[in-house]
Design a protein around this ligand. Structure first.
Ligand code: BEZ
Length: 406
């Protein structure tokens, strides 16, 4: 193979792209990772420091995926001295009748039972006395699952990046937005402002920017974009420790009223804890509309929640940030893992991960994408995620429809 010829080119060098490269490296596969910005940037869905690892999901196949991810986290942990998962448990609580973007508490209990995952059911009094929340409506219920964790996502990405840098099989190229993809004999020719490379297989992991890559192959992924706000709140009682948590509540007007939070950790603003809204007031149609400044009203609702329902906290938001995520209209907003549609030449040689919240699966998803690229299949059952036929749209057709509508 000459210098610019690769077995696999991964387009998108965030957490998922680097995790794919990690697994391709283990198989000694010559791989190029192209990143349009710089590696470890704050412009996509890997922005920020922490993420939640959790096992509760309303669907058993998602619970299974979380369980299957655990050994891959353990493996990645062996490559760094930094603790990647701070295991403090997952607390889900709130109005038991609410079905949110994360699902529903009773459905999650059913899915956990189906897979024999241990958890505790909680009453409102127990949630308040054990976990420091206050003034909750008496009908609230909850579940606690002990294996949930706060993921040090910055350390996760750094570990994957360092491994890729050291690898003799992986090449990293930043500031390399892909401007053209052409079918050639035995694969693809991929152009960036830095030059041309050739690949037998392509893995697409550009996060919220996926359509700038899929459009070059003649299709797009139907999605909406959430520029999610987040803030850190100061602990006034140093002895209180929260788990990772999520509260299910009905929206009140523009206040989506779903919030989530993290424990205090020494690797992310010690003395403060991160609490954030799991809704956006203004979803975006295009990722270009993103901003690094959180929506003030979303933060005000979060601050109000902290003041009304959390003990030992100053409700003023400090250290704010945003993160951009592409979401499909799948009811629980989970993942799409598929090959390109059949009208793309060599479509089975193009593997795509798009939409949803997948940080908790990072090292496992990397393995799945690497398997699909190398062998066209993987041991894990991806059929629930093979949703391309619902969400991929032929670009030419789409452009014609848009013109017609104007
Ligand atoms: C999740 O665990 O998938 C999640 C938690 C909070 C906000 C968004 C997603």
């Amino acid at each position: 193979m000459s210098n610019n010829e690769y077995e696999v080119v991964v387009i998108g060098g965030g957490a998922m792209g680097l995790a794919t490269a990690f697994h391709l490296n283990k198989r000694k596969v010559k791989t190029l990772v192209l990143e349009q910005f710089t590696f470890k940037n704050q412009l996509g869905s890997s922005a920020g420091v922490s993420r939640q690892f959790r096992i509760p999901y309303p669907d058993a196949y998602m619970v299974q995926m979380a369980l299957d991810s655990e050994p891959y986290w353990d493996e990645l942990q062996t490559y760094t001295d930094k603790k990647l998962l701070e295991k403090v448990g997952t607390l889900w609580f709130g109005d038991p009748t609410v079905h949110s973007t994360e699902g529903n508490i009773a459905e999650a209990e059913k899915a956990l039972q189906e897979l024999n995952v241990p958890y505790e059911s909680l009453t409102c009094e127990e949630i308040e006395s054990r976990f420091h929340f206050k003034n909750l409506p008496k009908e609230y219920t909850g579940l606690f699952q002990k294996d949930g964790a706060s993921i040090d996502f910055r350390a996760t990405i750094q570990t994957l990046y360092d491994l890729a840098l050291k690898s003799e099989h992986v090449t990293l190229e930043e500031e390399a937005p892909v401007t053209d993809i052409k079918e050639v004999e035995n694969g693809f020719q991929i152009t960036t402002p830095n030059g041309v490379s050739y690949a037998k297989k392509i893995v697409l992991t550009p996060g919220p920017y996926m359509n700038s890559a899929t459009n070059l192959l003649g299709f797009d992924v139907k999605a909406t974009y959430w520029n999610m706000s987040s803030a850190y709140f100061k602990k006034t009682d140093p002895d209180i420790q929260y788990p990772t948590w999520f509260v299910f509540q009905n929206a009140e007007g523009e206040n989506g009223n779903q919030f989530y939070g993290f424990p205090e950790v020494d690797w992310d603003h010690p003395g403060y804890i991160r609490t954030a809204p799991d809704f956006v007031i203004n979803p975006l149609k295009e990722p270009n509309g993103r901003t690094l400044i959180p929506n003030e009203q979303e933060l005000a609702y979060t601050s109000q929640w902290v003041e009304n329902h959390m003990t030992g906290m100053d409700p003023k938001p400090y250290y704010t940030s945003t993160c951009l995520v592409a979401l499909s209209s799948i009811p629980n907003k989970e993942l799409i893992i598929d090959f390109a549609p059949a009208y793309v030449p060599h479509h089975k040689d193009v593997v795509i991960y798009a939409t949803g919240w997948a940080a908790k699966f990072t090292p496992f998803l990397g393995k799945i994408l690497a398997d699909l690229a190398m062998y066209g299949k993987t041991d894990f059952d991806i059929t629930p995620f093979q949703l391309g036929q619902n969400y991929f749209r032929e670009y030419k057709q789409l452009q014609l429809t848009k013109q017609y509508e104007q």
